[in-house]
Ligand binder design. Structure first.
Ligand SMILES: *Cc1c(COP(=O)(O)O)cnc(C)c1O
Length: 362
């Protein structure tokens, strides 16, 4: 059977490691969007709450509603609330990150219609990533708007486009400068001074002097920080396990997989593994670009990955049907596997499909 093992003790380690490197007054926002990076959103969020996380963040309203329904009472930010979900956001007591005039005015009307005052909100600025966020030219508009009695401005933030890039980074420096400007503007004209935050996981490692009042950590909680020397300080949580379904003797000249993706240059043994595209293993892992671990040996993926299966060459490996296979884990990590497929830990972790059972190890 396939399993995504989740070692929650490693989450404890990662959280404490990050915490140790924060100023005592800096809060930690635990980012648990996308099913907590493909792991198990409720178990993961609950563990963070036990560890003392200050608040949680998700991408979309529905993700926050799910956490509320599981009984989590911690403040939950919604990074990318969509207009048509603001009503359910309100019902679930979630905190929207407002990033445009349109969104802010819509939310204001909704609060006023419901006679709600002092509702916690967050303001997101675009300082150069050009994803969502208010433009710098809109600061004055925002400053005028946030005095409305329906709002209680909790935090103001932005997001770096290259927080892992070697310093000095001209992209980051420009964004930092702009963020400092935003911070000054907001500090001058506000009675209730909001909190400020800029850093994601890599930022915590790369810019320890820019922690401000909070940091937003996602991938680091899972054991990765986008540079080998930082990754080494953390422990990966997830291990993806499968088993050999069948082994074929393939004769020299015969092919394996769709479109004859691989041809045997000698008599070979080919093992079939019961996972494929539907489980998050994309085409780019096929045709010998990646390998899996069988009893400590690397078995290359041969031919094209299929929807439900993939094939590996085990000619040189002592193994039999039913034997355990690891795609990634503690030694050979999700980040290592992902880079073979030309991608990053974030993608492989969040791609692991719903057919694969999550097994929690407390
Ligand atoms: C996803 C996200 C994060 C977390 O980033 P990591 O690199 O996983 O730490 C932080 N901030 C925002 C706005 C995000 O969307």
């Amino acid at each position: 059977m396939n399993a995504l093992h989740l070692y929650l003790q490693n989450l404890d380690h990662n959280y404490r490691y990050i915490r140790k490197h924060l100023q005592p007054s800096t809060q930690c926002i635990g980012v648990v969007k996308a099913a907590a990076y493909g792991s198990h959103s409720i178990a993961f969020a609950k563990r963070l709450v036990e560890l003392g996380i200050d608040s949680l963040a998700v991408a979309y309203t529905e993700e926050g509603v799910q956490l509320r329904e599981s009984g989590i009472l911690t403040p939950i930010m919604v990074f990318y609330p969509q207009k048509d979900t603001l009503q359910s956001l309100l019902h679930a007591d979630l905190e929207p990150c407002l990033y445009s005039k349109e969104l802010m005015e819509t939310f204001e009307s909704l609060l006023n219609q419901n006679g709600i005052q002092n509702y916690p909100i967050h303001i997101k600025y675009n300082t150069g990533l050009h994803r969502v966020g208010f433009a710098l030219e809109e600061i004055n508009w925002v400053l005028d708007k946030i005095v409305a009695p329906c709002f209680q401005l909790k935090t103001v933030y932005s997001h770096l486009a290259a927080s892992e890039e070697k310093r000095p980074s001209s992209q980051c420096d420009l964004q930092i400068q702009r963020f400092q400007h935003i911070r000054e503007q907001h500090s001058h004209s506000n009675k209730n001074l909001p909190k400020f935050h800029l850093l994601n996981s890599s930022g915590v490692f790369n810019y320890p002097e820019l922690q401000f009042d909070a940091v937003r950590c996602g991938i680091a909680l899972h054991g990765f920080a986008n540079r080998p020397e930082w990754d080494q300080q953390l422990k990966p949580i997830a291990e993806l396990e499968t088993h050999i379904s069948q082994i074929h003797e393939v004769h020299e000249g015969e092919s394996v997989g769709y479109d004859q993706g691989w041809k045997a240059s000698k008599n070979s043994r080919i093992a079939c593994l019961p996972l494929g595209h539907a489980d998050g293993i994309g085409r780019h892992y096929g045709n010998q670009r990646s390998s899996v671990q069988i009893h400590g040996n690397q078995a290359p993926v041969v031919g094209n990955v299929c929807m439900d299966m993939l094939m590996v060459d085990v000619t040189e490996i002592q193994c039999k049907e039913g034997d355990r296979v690891l795609l990634f884990g503690k030694d050979y990590t999700a980040s290592d596997f992902a880079s073979q497929g030309g991608t990053i830990s974030y993608e492989i972790l969040t791609a692991i499909g719903p057919r694969i059972k999550r097994i929690l190890h407390p």
